[in-house]
Write a protein that binds this ligand. Structure first.
Ligand SMILES: [Zn+2]
Length: 73
């Protein structure tokens, strides 16, 4: 899902968030290896919001989590 008002966080955030979350999808638990970053693999790491923006979540580091591509669509 692409939210035009809240573009993807910069790659710095992506690496930092995925490192913090140990390159594991926080939704389904699948490994999202760093080697799959920026690929179209279903387990490629992506950044998602823990609390959806429409539920008051912030577009901020603390509210980001590492999720696989499959869970982020
Ligand atoms: Zn997942």
């Amino acid at each position: 899902m692409i939210d035009l008002d809240n573009p993807d966080p910069p790659s710095f955030y992506k690496s930092a968030v995925c490192e913090r979350d140990r390159w594991t999808c926080q939704v389904c638990g699948v490994a999202t290896p760093k080697s799959a970053n920026w690929t179209n693999e279903p387990n490629a790491p992506e950044i998602g919001h823990k609390v959806p923006l429409h539920e008051g979540g912030l577009h901020a580091y603390e509210n980001f989590q590492c999720v696989c591509r499959s869970c982020n669509v």
